[in-house]
Design a protein around this ligand. Structure first.
Ligand code: ZN
Length: 494
């Protein structure tokens, strides 16, 4: 990948022109390719096959402490796009009381590529369809009423430039896929089992992920056999007990009740009118005991193979590996360069030292906002899933979300899952359907009593986290082990 030299010179020239007009800071993102392809089979029929191709430039200008943004897909109108962004910032600057700052950082010239063995966009559609149809045939049974097999592929080539002279080239790939099967239970309710393509954190992010049986097709027999038992199972009853989350459920728990409340822009109130606020405030850092001593949460962009690994964010900051929660204590947030300066200014002290590399934009025509990278619970010392079960007197193991409802400040939550296994006196007993559990975020994480070891840890891939106005859909990852919480309300009160 190589950016056209004339285009690059034009961008650099325009950045200088804007700086000559007394802008504080300018950055530009050019996406030469932002491509996606999605395929969905419904009961063996090709339900949809969509491809999108986007390319263009987004310009962000800070003038007198105020942002202006403009974007264009017409590279011939680049000069106008800069003028528009400047004019937007200038207009806004007359209305803003607290000017923002980006600070000053040294420039760097960097690049990043997702590790791939085979570019999924070079695999012919016929080969993709044949692969998915074969999976569907493996699933097909008379008693399974709905079968959904889907795969999505993404490719982004992006070039970043700023007024400090920083240049970053990136080549990003993602593959998402899932298998979902549904059948009627003995009470006429539809029950569901799903397997999402996951990653171990290691390996390629290309076509090779999808065809790795360990990550995908090898789970078909397991979910079929689980569904066949689920449709005969009794419902979970209301009670207080231990809840053991498998990684396919734990990632969403982390996403909704650690990831979102720790986005700095959300903490500062930027998401109030849409996604909501956060129970965390600028005084919580270094003080709030978010969870028990067993809770260690990192933001780690460096996981080799995850949709939350992208090398450099959309402000050109390198992804970092840092702790958000250390031994249960809240120590840091998901931050961008723009937001840390604003937060420190608001707090009147240095709460955040440097950008966490979490500024991300969904497309060239959106300005970056604070997003999750990979937000992970670090593996613990409580052994395997079997070890954790054997140390549980009365509990349930739950897997895969099918409904969730979260307090707008993320202070409490309620999850429904596809399946539960009852645990009595250290043994898995029977399968229970319609499992739900709920809690208050801080109380819940303080009841964390076991964290599985590395053998239980995997990276859940998130394809469609939504945030921002206008909405920005974003992909990210969560590395999570098996985790156990005590005294949790499970089931519904009759
Ligand atoms: Zn989300």
């Amino acid at each position: 990948m190589k950016i056209d030299q004339i285009l690059k010179e034009n961008i650099v020239k325009n950045i200088q022109l804007m700086m000559d007009k007394n802008s504080d800071y300018v950055d530009v993102r050019y996406l030469s390719n932002d491509d996606s392809e999605s395929i969905m089979l419904y009961n063996g029929n090709l339900e949809s096959n969509d491809t999108t191709y986007e390319s263009g430039v987004g310009v962000r200008i800070l003038y007198k402490g105020t942002w202006g943004f403009a974007a264009t897909s017409d590279l011939n109108s680049l000069d106008n796009c800069f003028e528009q962004a400047f004019s937007n910032a200038k207009t806004a600057s007359t209305l803003v009381k607290a000017p923002l700052s980006m600070g000053k950082l040294p420039s760097h010239k960097s690049s990043y590529s997702s590790p791939i063995e085979k570019d999924p966009f070079e695999v012919p559609l016929k080969e993709k369809l044949d692969f998915l149809i074969k999976l569907d045939e493996q699933i097909k049974e008379e008693w399974i009423l709905q079968r959904i097999v889907r795969a999505d592929f993404q490719k982004k080539y992006s070039y970043f430039f700023n007024s400090e002279g920083t240049e970053v080239e990136r080549k990003l790939y993602n593959v998402f896929a899932s298998i979902n099967i549904m059948a009627l239970d003995n009470e006429g309710q539809m029950q569901s089992r799903t397997h999402d393509l996951f990653t171990t954190g290691k390996g390629g992010r290309g076509w090779e992920m999808l065809i790795d049986p360990e990550l995908f097709s090898g789970n078909i027999d397991r979910i079929k056999s689980e569904l066949s038992e689920l449709i005969k199972a009794p419902s979970l009853e209301y009670a207080k007990k231990s809840v053991i989350l498998l990684p396919s459920q734990a990632w969403l728990q982390v996403h909704e009740t650690i990831g979102h409340p720790l986005e700095l822009d959300r903490i500062l109130g930027y998401e109030l009118s849409y996604a909501g606020g956060s129970f965390v405030n600028l005084d919580s850092f270094g003080k709030l005991q978010y969870g028990s001593k067993k809770l260690n949460v990192s933001a780690f962009g460096g996981i080799e193979n995850s949709p939350g690994s992208f090398g450099y964010d959309d402000e050109g900051s390198p992804e970092r590996d840092y702790m958000l929660i250390k031994d249960g204590l809240l120590v840091n947030a998901l931050t961008s360069r723009a937001m840390i300066n604003e937060a420190n200014q608001k707090a009147g002290r240095e709460v955040f030292k440097e950008s966490g590399g979490a500024a991300r934009a969904t497309a060239f025509y959106r300005a970056p906002i604070d997003r999750m990278t990979n937000v992970n619970i670090m593996p613990g010392n409580d052994g395997t899933l079997e070890d954790i079960i054997s140390n549980t007197e009365d509990g349930i193991v739950v897997d895969f979300p099918n409904s969730w409802s979260i307090g707008s400040n993320r202070e409490h939550f309620h999850f429904g899952c596809e399946i539960a296994w009852e645990v009595k006196n250290g043994k898995k007993t029977r399968i229970l359907k319609n499992p739900t559990y709920q809690g208050h975020t801080v109380e819940f994480y303080n009841s964390l009593s076991a964290v599985g070891d590395e053998s239980t840890w995997h990276v859940g891939q998130v394809e469609n986290c939504g945030k921002g106005e206008p909405n920005q859909v974003m992909e990210l990852g969560h590395g999570v082990p098996v985790v156990k919480f005590d005294n949790v309300i499970t089931g519904e009160r009759k």
